[in-house]
Every structure is written in structure tokens, then in C-alpha cells.
Design a protein around this ligand. Structure first.
Ligand code: HT7
Ligand code: ZN
Length: 859
């Protein structure tokens, strides 16, 4: 398949000011008539034809200016129509089969309803169209279908008219006044009920907000509605952005490739990010709903009002919108805890991407299949890059910069460069060198050393940006590091400074630092880098206990643990040294348990050990078996040393009644952490407590936490709890997803066999992405099971990719990433991983999505 390159961008030869679509709806047969008004684009090179993209479509008829024509040809699925003049009207008819659309792109059927997903290139599966984000049109949509099957008919914008026919069909006409690209088009038809509310905007306009779900689910939409209204208010207050239609519709569907989609005025959501109540959703799920509702809402400005010129600019809308949703969630709950969670996601998903075969800059230079570039790099690193700009100029100037960006580019299809320029002009930043963050891939490696010099201390910094595929050598980037120098004797520092390293090396002087200075650097994770700092374990223990930046406190404890595990895994430690390091870590964790100044949400965060995946990422070549053993042994040692403290914390937290308050959520978080450590330190006692927590649970957070611990152990309690959970929640797809993933993510030694058996379970299907992810993504991140030395884990994932690829290539391609880590794994396993990639590569008829990921992974 052809490579698409950023440098090849040219504007489209035609403008399409108006689009009229007519849908005659049916699950197995939907007839689409598209009427396109086209005019020559004076800004583009003239062309005698128009290229209308198509994917698995056949034109039934093509008319130009009212006359049927046969002056059209097909080219690789696209329709080319000759157009002699400067302005024409084209009418095209197509028929599609939504029920057969297992790719879930374009118009598809889900549980008897019809629904669209057009980003990035799904619209071309509905009708022939210039399916590119820089072609903006005003859409009018008429749809008709049987009232019995599709009582609710929705599209973007406002409902203009509707009516019924005598034959049992009904129809609706929708009009969206805001010009938009085809990827923001949406249509939904089905048997749905709504939770309806209103929101009054800052300028006093009333907006009707509907959340449409299947009957029976409406009782679980309250949190989503509250989240929506909070997001609308927050965007007015924080970014000065007001909603611009009288209607905001959200529809929840159970078959969806991603989390949600920001179609103008008609968001489509995966049910996972809409439905939540205490019995069926964990605190994490509640946060997920709030975050994704906010994210899609914020796209109304960062993505819809100002859209992207081409898909290379994806981070323009996604990175910025992720930052906006992160800042929102920080304001809604605990800011430090949210920051730690976001960094954990970045390190867990993006750092491995940046150091592997799929590394790419946040603004990629080329692709074959754009769906493969909806990545943690574009989204999460993209957010970090914009966050750095905010750190460098402060929130007020940042708001001026973003304000200028929205004002300057409203109604346009913009570029990342436009954003950077607006930040320079509006926020007063010089981003000349900073632009490298858009073009260079790879996570910069920073080394830091503090040297005492009389009354002062000098901070020596160096940076190295590692080579990535296609980018062998890199230039130094600006690295803004929030830094403080503590005086160990007073426990205080003389004020935080923003130190920006712009060269490969740099030294920075700090005055009057006291007799024993301790370096606190990259506070708040101000730059998305890896940091190797020359500090002693004693300094880390000091910072873990005293740093006034909560993130830095978390980081110090993490570094202590990571440092120990790196040594332990490499076999460098004597038994005595290992024991004393474990004891030192346990006593630092003991201080966390005893520290009354911490709230439980933060305490729970500090107790989480670095994941096996993250530990592997910190090593040049990882031995997943050794990492698992050492991490598990450390956890057992901590659990054993602090058994009574964990039991006491569990008892204290168990007395807090259920609510969504920070206090109650914190209590639930530390309860499950206590169970994890107790089950490791004293398995019988831990299991008994988990069983008790499971049975007493009046909410999903407690129940899932307990079941997670039980699922990792052997015995009758495991069997009974899993059975009880299944029977209790049978019929609730989202909770049954949890049942699958709890087993595939478990620490139980029989996980591979369990996963194989679960794949044959009557409730397992390859057609539902949530179910596929719950079983197999859970398994692929379960490092101990996936990296089983037999190679069976790799085979399971490769088999899945081959089976799923013809059904849903987009989802299948996402499973290539874990196998793509083969170069960073010890030689025996590495060879087995590579062999599975080669097996996939040889399979005939591989999709463009999977083929691209496999060939990049092997390349
Ligand atoms: N902008 C949305 C992207 C999306 C998507 C992309 C490819 C295939 C299916 C998809 N569903 C949604 C989601 C977002 O970032 O808000
Ligand atoms: Zn998004």
C-alpha cells in the first residue's frame, strides 16, 4: 500500500459548500443518495476531474447537474468524475449493508441500532466523497426508516422537521449550520431512551442535553450527565469557550473501536464511558466516564470549530484536547493524584512506543494506514508537549495564547504550526527550538548531578535524544525542568525554579543551599523525559518523606523501588544487600502508611509498585521472568514486614461508608492496596480478608479489588468468587468484560490455559471490541503470562491477530505492539516473539492496518 507523506500536502481542487444526504435506512440495506454542490477552489491547482474517495462502495448512479453521466471511472475504490465547469451539482447513489460491517467504520449495526463512525476515513464507506479533513461543508440530512425498528432518528446539528407515513415509516430532517469535515458526520437510528437535562451557557442560551441509551440503562447515565454539564461550565471559565448549538446529543453503543467520537452535536460513545453506578462501576470507571465525556465535549472547539488540515496534524486536536481533559480532571478531583495517573499512563504506553519500532513524532511524517496513528504518542505525548508550553509561560499567558489560536483559526482546518505560532504571538513565547518536540521522536534521556560549590550548588545536566526508526541523529531540545534544592537539615528549599536545558549539556548555579543539599528535579513531571539523577537512596527516602511537590514525592519512592529492582534483576546484589534494600523500602512504605498529612487517595498512589512493563522499559534488555520474580518477592517482603499496619489500615478504611467523596474513594483505594500486600506477605490471611471484602462489598470498587486478589490465588474461594461474580452480573456486558479481564490479568500461574478456555466461552465474541480487549489486552499486558518462556503467550496473541484481522483490522493491528517489543527482550523469548511476527507477516490477505504494524515491527 502507498505511503502518504506530510510534505506532499496540497489543497483539494474543489470546495463543497453544501452536502445533502438522504438515507433510506435498513439494517441490511441502507440506500444513500448524496447531493454535493462543488465549486473550483481558487486556492488550488485546477483539475478537470474530482476524486471522490470510496471504500468497498459501488456507485449505482452518478448525475452531474441533473443528468445521469457515465463519464466516471473507478481508481483503487475512488470515484473520478469529469467536471467541465467551475461549479456543479453531483448526485450519487449507493447501497450499503450495515449489518455486514464488522470493521465498525462507516455505517454499522450494533444491537439492532444503526450508528456511524467516520473518523478518520469511515465516511468513504457510506458514500463517495473527498474524505479529508480540510474539506468543510454544511450538511443537511434526511433519513427515513421503519418506526418500529428505528423510533429515534438522529444526526448532527438541529432537528428541522420530522413526520410519519401511513406505511409505518417515519422520517427526520437534520441541519448542521456549522461547516465541518466529513469525519465529524454522524447518524444514529434505533430504539433508544434518553436522559434529558438543560444547560444555560455563559451568555444565557439554553442547551438541551440528551444521553441516549438502550432501555434499562438510563439509570446509569447520571454521572455522565453531571460530567457533561461540569465540562461545559469549565470550558467557559478556563478557556472562554461556549457551546454553539441548542442541542447536545450523546449516544451510547456497545460495539465501538475506541472510547468515543466527538461528531458535531452528536457524540457517539462506547457504553463503557457513559454507564456508571456504584454497583457496576469502579471509581476508576467513574473517572473514565468523566474524563472521556469532557474530552469529547472539549473537541467542540479543539477539533470541530478549529479542525485539522490533514491527519498528520492529528495531535493538534488530540494532544491539545487530552491536555484540556487532564486539566479539567485535575480541577474536579485531586490534582496531584491525577498528575501521577497521567504520568503512569504515559510511561506505561507512550515511553515503550517511543523506544520501540513504532516510534514516531507527535506530528508524524508518513503513514500507510492512519488508524495506526491514534497512538499514545499523538495523544499523550502531544498533551505533554503543550503542557510544557503552559509550564513555560504560566496559566494566564497560556490562556491568551489559546484564545488567540481559537480566534485566529475559528472555522479553519489548521496545522500544528498554526498552534505554535498562536502560542508565540498570544503567550509571548519564543518556540523556535521548541518546535523540535513536534518533529523528533524518542524520549529524551536526562542525567542530573548536583555538585556542592562553597555556599552554592551547581546542577549539571545533560541530554540525549535516542535514535528512532528513520531518525538516526537528533538535535538537543528545550527541556523545562521545575527544580528545587532542599536543605536536608531544615527539610526546606529556597524556592522552586524553572531550569530549561537547551543544549546537550548545561550547568545551573543555585545560591545558599545549606550544608547538605538534596536535588528535587522534574517536579510535577514538567518534561516528558527519563531522568537519571545522581542521588543516594538516603536522599530518595528523604524526598519521599519531605518533598512538598506531591509528584516528586511519588517519584522518589518509585525511583527507590526501580533502582533496587534493577540491581536485583541484574544479579548484582548479595542476599544480604537484597534483604536490607527490601527492608529499607518497606520502612519507607511504612512511613507512607503512618503519615497523617497524606490523604488516602495520595497514600494509595504512593503504595502502587512500578509495573513489570515499566520496569522492563527502564532496562536495555529485559528478562520478564526475573522482573516478575523480584517484584513479587519485594511485594511479599513489604507485605510480611508491614502485615499488621496493612491490616489496621484495611480495618480503618472499611469503616468509611460508600460515597463518591475523596475520602471514601481514598479509603477504597488503600483497602485494595492493603489486600494486595497482605495476600503477598501472608497469603492465607490476605485471601481470607479478600473473601470477606468480596462478600461485604456494596460497590464495584471493593468487589473488583477483592476479586482481583482472589483470582490470583488457588482454591475454592477463587472458584466461588468468580462464579458468584458471573452469576450476579450476567446480562451486563460491561461487568462481564471485567470478569474476563480479571482472569486474563491475574497473577495465577494457569492464566494461559484460562485465556484459551475463556476464548471458547459462549459469551466471548471477536465481533465486540470491548470483549476482545477485556480478554486479550488484559492478557498482553500481563507480563508474566504473555512472556511465558514456552512462547505460548506470543502464540495466543498471534492467533488472535490472525483471527481478528479479517473481522476488525483496526482492533487486530493494536495487538501487534506487544509482540513488537522483541528487540528489548532477552534472546530466547525475543526469538519466539519475532517468529510469531514473521508468521503473521506471511499470512495471505493481511489488512493494511496489520500489515503496516507488523512490517514496521520487523523492519
Ligand atoms: N477523535 C476520536 C477518534 C476515534 C477513532 C479513530 C479511529 C477509529 C475509530 C475511532 N473512534 C474515535 C476519539 C477521540 O480522540 O476523541
Ligand atoms: Zn480526542
Amino acid at each position: 500500500p502507498a505511503i502518504i507523506r506530510r510534505e506532499d500536502y496540497t489543497p483539494f481542487a474543489w470546495n463543497l459548500p453544501e452536502v445533502h444526504l438522504h438515507f433510506e435506512l435498513g439494517l441490511e440495506e441502507t440506500h444513500v443518495t448524496a447531493k454535493l454542490s462543488v465549486e473550483r477552489n481558487p486556492q488550488a491547482e485546477a483539475s478537470p476531474t474530482i476524486r471522490l474517495n470510496g471504500d468497498e462502495l459501488e456507485p449505482q448512479s452518478v448525475a452531474v447537474d441533473g443528468e445521469q453521466v457515465d463519464s466516471w471511472t473507478m481508481d483503487d475504490g475512488d470515484l473520478l468524475v469529469s467536471l467541465p465547469g467551475d461549479a456543479h451539482e453531483i448526485v450519487i447513489e449507493t447501497t450499503i449493508n450495515p449489518a455486514a460491517n464488522t470493521k465498525l467504520m462507516g455505517l454499522f449495526a450494533s444491537n439492532g441500532m444503526l450508528c456511524t463512525q467516520c473518523e478518520a476515513e469511515g465516511f468513504r464507506r457510506i458514500t463517495f466523497f473527498p474524505d479529508r479533513p480540510d474539506v468543510l461543508s454544511v450538511y443537511s440530512v434526511r433519513m427515513s426508516g421503519t418506526k418500529a425498528a428505528f423510533p429515534v432518528l438522529l444526526a448532527n446539528g438541529n432537528l428541522e422537521e420530522s413526520g410519519e407515513e401511513a406505511d409505518g415509516t417515519h422520517w427526520a430532517e437534520w441541519h448542521d449550520p456549522w461547516p465541518k469535515p466529513s469525519y465529524l458526520f454522524a447518524l444514529v437510528a434505533g430504539d433508544l431512551v434518553s436522559n434529558t437535562d438543560t444547560f444555560i451557557t455563559a451568555s444565557g442560551r439554553e442547551v438541551t442535553c440528551n444521553i441516549y441509551v438502550r432501555e434499562g440503562d438510563e439509570g446509569r447515565t447520571g454521572h455522565a450527565m453531571e460530567s457533561l454539564k461540569k465540562s461545559m461550565r469549565w470550558d467557559e471559565e478556563t478557556f472562554g469557550r461556549e457551546y454553539d448549538l441548542d442541542l447536545y446529543n450523546i449516544v451510547a453503543v456497545s460495539d465501538f473501536n475506541m472510547g468515543a467520537m466527538e461528531n458535531k452535536g452528536l457524540n457517539v460513545f462506547n457504553t463503557k464511558y457513559v454507564l456508571a453506578d456504584e454497583e457496576t462501576a469502579t471509581d476508576g470507571d467513574f473517572d473514565g466516564v468523566e474524563g472521556v465525556i469532557a474530552h469529547e465535549y472539549f473537541h467542540n472547539w479543539s477539533g470541530n470549530r478549529v479542525t485539522c488540515r490533514d491527519w498528520f496534524q492529528l495531535s493538534l486536536k488530540e494532544g491539545f484536547t487530552v491536555l484540556r481533559d487532564q486539566l479539567f480532571s485535575q480541577d474536579m478531583g485531586s490534582a496531584p493524584v491525577k498528575r501521577i495517573e497521567d504520568v503512569r499512563v504515559l510511561r506505561g504506553a507512550q515511553f515503550p512506543e517511543d523506544s520501540g519500532p513504532l516510534a514516531h513524532p507527535i506530528r508524524p511524517d508518513s503513514y500507510r494506514e492512519i488508524s495506526n496513528f491514534y497512538t499514545a504518542t499523538v495523544y499523550n505525548k502531544g498533551a505533554e508537549v503543550i503542557r510544557m508550553m503552559r509550564t513555560m509561560c504560566g496559566p494566564e499567558r497560556f490562556r491568551q495564547g489559546t484564545g488567540l489560536y481559537f480566534e485566529r483559526h475559528d472555522g479553519e482546518a489548521a496545522t500544528c504550526e498554526d498552534f505554535v505560532k498562536a502560542m508565540e504571538d498570544g503567550a509571548g513565547l519564543d518556540l523556535t527550538q521548541f518546535r523540535l518536540w513536534y518533529s523528533q521522536a524518542g524520549t529524551p534521556k536526562i542525567t542530573a548531578r548536583l555538585e556542592k560549590d562553597g555556599e552554592d550548588a551547581v546542577l549539571h545536566l545533560s541530554q540525549e535524544v535516542p535514535p528512532t526508526p528513520g531518525q538516526e541523529s537528533k538535535s538537543p531540545m528545550p527541556i523545562p525542568l521545575r527544580t528545587a534544592i532542599f536543605d536536608r537539615e531544615t527539610g526546606k528549599h529556597g524556592g522552586e525554579q524553572l531550569v530549561t536545558l537547551t543544549e546537550a549539556q548545561g550547568s545551573f548555579r543555585f545560591g545558599n543551599v545549606g550544608a547538605s543539599p538534596v536535588l528535587s528535579i522534574n517536579r510535577g513531571f514538567s518534561a516528558p523525559v527519563t531522568m537519571s539523577r545522581d542521588v543516594s537512596d538516603e536522599d530518595l527516602v528523604f524526598l519521599a518523606a519531605h518533598d512538598d511537590d506531591p509528584f516528586a514525592r511519588y517519584e522518589a519512592l518509585q525511583d527507590l523501588v526501580v533502582g533496587h529492582l534493577q540491581h536485583a534483576v541484574s544479579g548484582e546484589l548479595s542476599d544480604d544487600d537484597r534483604d536490607s534494600a527490601r527492608e529499607a523500602i518497606a520502612s519507607a512504605i511504612g512511613s507512607v502508611l503512618a503519615d497523617d498529612s497524606l490523604d488516602d487517595l495520595m497514600r494509595g498512589e504512593l503504595l502502587v509498585l512500578p509495573t513489570e512493563g515499566y520496569l522492563a522499559e527502564t532496562m536495555a534488555i529485559a528478562d520478564p521472568g526475573r522482573i516478575h520474580e523480584e517484584r513479587a518477592a519485594l511485594r511479599s517482603a513489604i507485605g510480611a514486614q508491614l502485615e499488621d499496619q496493612f491490616a489496621a489500615m484495611h480495618e480503618r478504611a472499611s469503616a468509611v461508608p460508600y460515597s463518591l467523596s475523596a475520602e471514601a474513594r481514598g479509603a477504597r483505594k488503600v483497602k485494595t492496596q492493603a489486600l494486595i500486600y497482605m495476600a503477598a506477605g501472608n497469603p492465607d490471611r490476605g485471601k481470607a480478608m479478600a473473601w470477606e471484602q468480596y462478600q461485604a462489598a456494596d460497590n464495584m470498587t471493593d468487589r473488583q479489588g477483592a476479586l482481583m486478589v482472589l483470582a490470583g490465588a488457588d482454591g475454592i474461594k477463587r472458584t466461588n468468587a468468580l462464579l458468584d461474580f458471573y452469576n450476579r452480573f450476567k446480562g451486563n456486558a460491561l461487568v462481564i468484560d471485567k470478569w474476563f479481564s480479571l482472569q486474563s490479568m491475574s497473577t495465577h500461574p494457569g492464566v494461559i490455559e484460562h485465556v484459551k478456555a475463556l476464548a471458547d466461552h459462549p459469551e466471548f465474541t471477536l465481533k465486540n471490541p470491548n470483549r476482545v480487549r477485556s480478554l486479550y489486552m488484559g492478557f498482553a499486558v500481563n507480563q508474566n503470562a504473555f512472556h511465558d518462556p514456552s512462547g505460548e503467550g506470543y502464540r495466543v496473541i498471534a492467533d488472535l491477530i490472525l483471527a481478528l484481522d479479517p473481522i476488525n483490522p483496526q482492533t487486530a493491528a493494536r495487538f501487534v505492539t506487544p509482540l513488537g517489543r522483541w528487540r528489548r527482550i532477552e534472546p530466547d523469548r525475543s526469538a519466539l516473539m519475532k517468529a510469531q511476527l514473521e508468521r503473521i507477516a506471511k499470512a495471505p490477505g493481511l489488512s493494511r492496518d496489520t500489515h503496516e504494524q507488523v512490517s514496521r515491527s520487523l523492519g
